[in-house]
Design a protein around this ligand. Sequence first.
Ligand code: NAD
Length: 324
Amino acid sequence: MGSEQGARADAANARELRSAAVIGAGTMGRQIAAAIATSGRDVRMWDADAGMRDAALARIAEETRTLPTLPRYAHHQFTLQPPDNVEAMVARIAMAESLEEAVAGADIVIEAVREDLETKRTLFRELSRLAPDAVLTTNSSSLPSSQIAPAVEDPGRLLNTHFFAPIWSRPMVELMGSGATRPEVMDAVERFGKSLGLVVAVVRGDSKGFIINRVWRAVKRESLRVVDEGHADPADIDRLWMLFFGTPFGPFGIMDMVGLDVVADIETSYQKVATDPADQPSAILHRQVEAGRLGEKTGSGFYEHPEPEYLKPEWLTGEGESTS
Ligand SMILES: NC(=O)c1ccc[n+]([C@@H]2O[C@H](COP(=O)([O-])OP(=O)(O)OC[C@H]3O[C@@H](n4cnc5c(N)ncnc54)[C@H](O)[C@@H]3O)[C@@H](O)[C@H]2O)c1
């Protein structure tokens, strides 16, 4: 990187991150844009798919009205306050005609496109060129920004910002540097996250799965293993979990919500780099996927949906169920 460009980038990083661009108008991009616009900032978005671009603003309005009221998350103690005036919030979001237009003048560019390293690297090569002064972040759920860094001329302004859906009920973001991220860039993004009303957790070093997905993965892996080894049924594990932690669903209930095909893909991505030889694909999970029982999205998985039995109060006590 030339010293002039570095100096310009540092000047940008020292100032507050006022204007944002969000690339990708899917599930996460729309929610990230909504949270940023709710903080009073202007946002420009772009998606490679014209249909997604056309539908995004109406979907953001609709989702901002519905997602914060989902009964499933009613027990969450700390939430992000949705805007009183949804139209005014959406009016701060503009859909750009091109990537170049979306990122022009942005202080921070947040990427939320499909989870594929080559797709992201190609995009970041463009962002590096089109937004030479901006902080660049990726919302990837599994790819550390260190893997995207070779595509960016100045990885000192690159980092992971891992948001969660639904953002209104899970108001948190994990930040993880690229290995070269400048401290002032991390600080600026930490302030930016807090200014959105999010809890910000900074990951030290490089961690696959960042913080919470890694912990959640250990819970998933061990829950599946207990079933595979024949020690308990999914319902036993969920019931004990719900009683122990006081939550309205257990690990298998959550896996059904995520989608068992998605869970299987995530498991595979961890198993590819596992150092523990016991970290093997789960038999019960793969039987479910092969049978097309993918959870809520197909109407059945570990439970039958849309009214899984764990929602019934009598289910929690195990009344009427055989324990043998
Ligand atoms: N969905 C979640 O709960 C969640 C949570 C945390 C992180 N993530 C991560 O966020 C990212 C986006 O996930 P999502 O669930 O929003 O996916 P999605 O499939 O809903 O949306 C992705 C969007 O990216 C667009 N796109 C693909 N390639 C593009 C490109 N080169 N340029 C511009 N747009 C492009 C697609 O048209 C699509 O609209 C992924 O990296 C995912 O791992 C998702």
